[in-house]
Ligand binder design. Structure first.
Ligand code: FAD
Length: 451
């Protein structure tokens, strides 16, 4: 078959890699590099070069059961990291951190005497226990996270400084936006990622040499045609085929896998059906500006609160302002001190104020899928449009928005087009239910491999 793949994120590259084993695959990427959100930037220093991740950074073997064997197959090496979280509110007025060193809860010692902080800590224990019980009883109420916290009278400090501070950086949204998240999806995600426990969390890892290493290894083995700087302008279907238009003209394919974001995908369709409009149109994306810089004033004020991930909140209330996230890359990627010296390398998304311009090494716009009840309904309908009139849909947006989600969406499409192209390690994907393993099943469920 002649197959086109649009996009070179994990979803597009994953699908192209496997299908190229038995088909004629052409990949279209609008950018000048392959990788999408896998975007490692080289920083030259007098002591050597640092390969710093600005997009996809971490994964773990429990929640990424398909992606790990894939990395292994490519010969990619991983190293352990720590996923501590620092929280800094109103320019450091309130700061605390959560990692295995429980003393960091009081990184700001005066909080030991703050009734609000103590009430929040007690509420964390109650919250974790209640959510676990609801999961065990299979009794998750079909309401938003905000409604759940309101009905159960959780204090505002828990909502802002704990729940939103943890969830905001994961989905790059505002403190108010976190509250729109469907509670069952939130609960399952937090449970499967060990976020309802203080200990017993999965061992997170980063890719040695930066996450682009796996892209480079994949491209070195790729059996299809890769076209960079090739933006797809339009997709249309006619006479048993799909047609891809770029500035170079229109080409005919037997099948097209569109692995662009849902909103980008919809703009390409000249002849979108009602279902395509309803599904792709209800998984919105929000833009976030990311800066790689060395301005350490965007880390928490107190050195002890510096963590791998830091939620930087402008306000101690629920607002529509995007939550600032600061990734401390020296710690996350274990950058060698012999090269970094005393410089802190930081990636900030939506910082509350811009980093010192002299410290900015690279900046880029990213987009994150945003979740609300309509999104979940749209995802549940994905099977309705899969493969309809020769177009297939893949992307991290089909589930929680992470690398395993994108990779799984690619495997699902590969399996539907030609099962013989699938790798032997496929896990947790049911081709009879092409989209239903997203929010409805535990993330780490290891279903039997496809026959
Ligand atoms: C800052 C940041 C940090 C993250 N960290 C992690 C992490 O640590 N772990 C994790 O699991 N996930 C992380 N994520 C989530 C990440 O988005 C997903 O893991 C995944 O990389 C998304 O893959 P994708 O294939 O769906 O989309 P993308 O990687 O965005 O790929 C889409 C591709 O389609 C191309 N495209 C779009 N339109 C067209 C067109 N018309 N023509 C041609 N090409 C087109 C784009 O240029 C792009 O290359 C992070 C995201 C961000 C932004």
């Amino acid at each position: 078959m002649k197959i086109a793949v649009i996009g070179t994120g994990i979803s597009g590259l994953g699908a192209a890699h496997f299908l190229a084993r038995r088909h004629e695959v052409t990949v279209f990427e609008q950018d000048s590099r392959a990788g999408g959100h896998t975007n490692t930037f080289d920083v030259a220093t007098p002591r050597g070069t640092l390969a710093i991740d600005t997009g996809f950074i971490v994964c773990n073997p429990v929640n990424y059961p398909n992606f790990y064997p894939f990395l292994n197959e490519l010969g990619v090496r991983l190293q352990d990291t720590d996923m501590s979280l620092g929280v800094s509110v109103e320019e450091g007025r309130i700061e605390w951190a959560g990692d295995e060193n429980l003393a960091k809860i009081f990184a700001q010692p005066s909080l030991m005497f703050s009734p609000t902080h103590i009430r929040m800590l007690l509420a964390v224990v109650r919250f974790n226990k209640q959510v676990k019980q609801l999961l065990a009883d299979d009794a998750l109420p079909d309401i938003t996270l905000g409604e759940f916290l309101e009905i159960n009278q959780y204090p505002m400090a828990l909502r802002v400084r704990y729940v939103a501070a943890m969830a905001g950086p994961i989905w790059s949204t505002s403190t108010a936006g976190v509250m729109e998240f469907p509670f069952p999806a939130f609960a399952r995600f937090f449970e499967s990622h060990g976020l309802l426990n203080v200990y017993e969390r999965p061992q997170w890892q980063t890719v040695v040499g930066g996450s682009r290493s796996y892209v480079q290894k994949l491209l070195a083995k790729f059996g299809g045609e890769m076209r960079l700087n090739a933006k797809v302008l339009q997709l249309r279907r006619e006479n048993g085929a799909a047609f891809v238009r770029t500035s170079a003209g229109e080409e005919r394919f037997d099948a097209v896998i569109c692995a662009a974001h849902s909103d980008q995908a919809l703009t390409l369709l000249q002849d979108a059906s009602d279902a395509e409009r309803a599904i792709l149109g209800n998984v919105p994306y929000a833009k976030n500006r990311a800066y790689l810089h060395t301005d350490k004033t965007l880390l928490p004020r107190r050195r002890w609160a510096w963590s791998s991930w830091n939620a930087i909140l402008k306000s101690d209330a629920l607002t529509d302002e995007p939550i600032g996230v600061t990734y401390w890359m020296n710690q996350l990627q274990r950058l060698p001190k012999a090269i970094t010296g005393d410089t802190q390398y930081i990636v900030s998304l939506n910082p509350p104020r811009l980093p010192d311009p002299a410290s900015v090494l690279y900046e880029v716009d990213y987009e994150h899928p945003q979740y609300n009840p309509a999104t979940i309904q749209a995802q549940a309908r994905l099977a309705e449009i899969q493969g309809q009139r020769h177009i297939w849909w893949a992307g991290a947006w089909t589930a929680y928005g992470f690398h395993e989600d994108g990779f799984k969406s690619a495997l699902r499409v590969v399996g539907a087009i030609d099962r013989d192209c699938l790798p032997p390690y496929v896990s947790g994907i049911d081709l009879q239910l092409p989209s239903n393993d997203r929010f409805n099943a535990p993330m780490d469920s290891a279903a039997p491999a496809l026959a």
